[in-house]
Ligand binder design. Structure first.
Ligand code: 5AD
Ligand code: SF4
Length: 436
C-alpha cells in the first residue's frame, strides 16, 4: 500500500520552503501527502528554534502524534530544533525515529529506510549546498513561491541561534537558481520571494542580489519579485537602484533594526547604529518613495533601560512602518546574550512589548489608510469567504478583498476603497490605463 506523509512546518519562511522540498522529495519516492486530518504513516516535524521553549514545543508535538489506539506514525524531527538537539532528541523522546537537520534533509528517504531496518539515525551534518543538488526538480508550484537563494549567517548577533543551527553564510550558484526559477514559473508561479537569512548578502562571483533580481525579471510569466530577510549592512547601492529601475521588484522591504538604542545595538553586535539604519532607509526611499518598510524588533534585551526602550519607540516613529514583527527577548542557550548581565523580568518585557505593539498597529493602520483612493494592481491568490469575492496582494503586500470573476494567478487593476484592520477593500477598475 502507498505510504502517506505529513510535513508540519513551524517558524520562518525558510522552513516553509524546506517543507515543500521535503514533500517533493517524499513524493518522488512514491509516497503521497496524507489528506488533511487523516493519519499519516510518516510525520515530519520541521521545527523552529528561534525563541524560548522551542524544544519543549517540539517534544509536546511529538507526544500529540500518539494515536488513540496507542500506535504512532514514524516520526522525523527536522529543522532547527533537530539541528540543535541532535542525538539528545532520541534520549529525550523514545517516540522520535529519526533526527535530520536543515542541511541534511535530502537524505530523508535513506534515513527512513534505516528506520525500517530498525535503526534510529541522526543526521545533523552541515554540508552547505549538497542538498539542493540531491533534491528533485520543481514541478507543481504555487502562484506565489519561495526560492531559497542563501542560507546561514555569519553575523552572530548576540541573541541569535541561527549561526549555530543553519551554519555559515552560503549563497547558491546563479545557474542553479535560474534553473529552479524557470521550473517554478513553468509550473505556474507568478511571484517569487527570494529567501535567505541574509538574503541581500547573496553573491556569486561578481553577481549580487541586484543582478540576480534583474535576471529573474526577464523571465516570461514572472510578474513579481520579493526578497527577505535583509541585513542593514548589506543594503548595497545596486540593490537600492533595482528598487527604482526594476518594475517587477515590489515596493516592500523587510529590514530589521531590532532596537533603537546604539548602546543596545552594540551589545547585540549588529554592526550598525540607529542613524546608519535611518540613512540607509533614506537612500531606499529616495529610490522608491512609496516603498513599504517592515522590520523586526526585540524588546527587553539584557541591560535595556527605559531610555533605551524609548529610543526603540522613537526610531519606529521616525521610520513609519507598514508592518513590524515584535518579540520579547528570549535567552537562547549557547548565545552570548544568554549569559549577559542585566536580564530583565518578564513583567518589564511584557509592558514594553505591549507599548511597542500598540505603536506598530497604529502605524500599520496609518499605512493602509494612506493607500485608500490609490489605483494599483493586485495578484489574486485566494478565494474570499463571501460569494464572488477574491483576495489578492497589493505591491505593498497588503491583502485586498475585491468582488471579481478573476481567477487565482491573475493580475487585476483595482482602486483601494477602504482600510480594514489587517487588509484593504478594493473595487475593480476597468480602464487599466490608469492603474500604476
Ligand atoms: N529573542 C527574541 N527574538 C529573537 N529573534 C531572534 N532571536 C531572538 C531571541 N533570542 C527575532 C529577531 C529576528 C527574528 C527572526 O526573530 O527579531 O529578526
Ligand atoms: Fe540571527 Fe543576526 Fe544572523 Fe539575523 S543577522 S540570522 S538575527 S545572527
Amino acid at each position: 500500500m502507498t505510504k502517506t506523509f505529513q510535513i508540519k512546518s513551524f517558524g520562518c519562511q525558510m522552513n516553509v520552503y524546506d517543507g515543500e522540498r521535503m514533500a517533493e522529495l517524499l513524493g518522488a519516492e512514491g509516497m503521497v501527502a496524507a489528506a488533511p486530518g487523516a493519519d499519516a504513516d510518516v510525520v515530519v516535524l520541521n521545527t523552529c528554534h528561534i525563541r524560548e521553549k522551542a524544544a519543549e514545543k517540539a517534544y509536546s508535538e511529538v507526544g500529540r502524534l500518539r494515536r488513540d489506539d496507542g500506535s504512532r506514525p514514524v516520526i522525523a524531527l527536522a529543522g532547527c530544533v533537530a539541528q540543535a538537539e541532535g542525538a539528545e532528541a532520541k534520549r529525550r523522546s523514545k517516540a522520535i525515529d529519526l533526527v535530520v537537520g536543515p542541511q541534511a534533509y535530502h537524505r530523508l528517504p535513506q534515513l527512513l529506510r534505516e528506520v525500517e531496518a530498525g535503526a534510529r539515525p541522526v543526521d545533523t551534518d552541515l554540508p552547505p549546498l549538497d542538498k539542493f543538488a540531491a533534491l528533485p526538480a520543481r514541478r507543481r508550484a504555487g502562484i506565489s513561491a519561495f526560492l531559497s537563494v542563501q542560507e546561514g549567517c555569519d553575523k552572530f548577533c548576540t541573541y541569535c541561534v541561527v549561526p549555530y543551527t543553519r551554519g555559515a553564510e552560503v549563497s547558491r550558484p546563479l545557474g542553479d537558481l535560474l534553473i529552479e526559477a524557470e521550473q517554478l514559473v513553468a509550473g505556474g508561479t507568478r511571484e517569487l520571494t527570494l529567501l535567505g537569512q541574509n538574503v541581500n548578502a547573496w553573491e556569486d562571483g561578481s553577481e549580487t542580489l541586484a543582478t540576480l533580481i534583474r535576471r529573474l525579471a526577464t523571465l516570461q510569466g514572472l510578474e513579481r519579485i520579493r526578497y527577505t530577510t535583509s541585513h542593514p549592512i548589506n543594503m548595497a547601492d545596486d540593490l537600492i537602484a533595482a528598487h527604482r529601475d526594476v518594475p517587477e521588484l515590489m515596493p516592500y522591504l523587510h529590514l530589521p533594526v531590532q532596537a533603537g538604542s546604539d548602546r543596545i545595538l552594540k551589545a547585540m553586535n549588529r554592526h550598525h547604529s540607529a542613524d546608519d539604519y535611518l540613512r540607509t532607509l533614506d537612500r531606499v526611499r529616495a529610490a522608491r518613495p512609496d516603498i513599504a518598510i517592515s522590520g523586526d524588533f526585540i524588546v527587553g534585551f539584557p541591560g535595556e533601560s527605559d531610555e533605551d526602550f524609548e529610543a526603540t519607540l522613537s526610531i519606529v516613529r521616525t521610520v513609519g512602518y507598514a508592518s513590524a514583527f515584535t518579540f520579547k527577548y528570549s535567552a537562547r542557550p549557547g548565545t552570548p546574550a544568554a549569559t549577559m548581565d542585566g536580564q530583565l523580568p518578564e513583567a518589564v518585557k511584557d509592558e514594553r512589548l505591549q507599548r511597542l505593539q500598540a505603536l506598530v498597529a497604529e502605524q500599520s493602520r496609518a499605512f493602509n489608510l494612506s493607500k485608500v483612493g490609490a489605483e494599483t494592481r493586485i495578484l489574486i491568490d485566494r478565494v474570499g469567504r463571501k460569494p464572488g469575492q477574491m483576495i489578492g496582494k497589493s505591491p505593498w503586500l497588503q491583502s485586498v478583498f475585491v468582488d471579481s470573476d478573476a481567477r487565482i494567478g491573475e493580475m487585476v487593476d483595482v482602486r483601494l476603497t477602504a482600510a480594514l484592520p489587517n487588509s484593504l477593500a478594493g473595487e475593480v477598475v476597468t480602464d487599466s490605463q490608469e492603474a500604476a
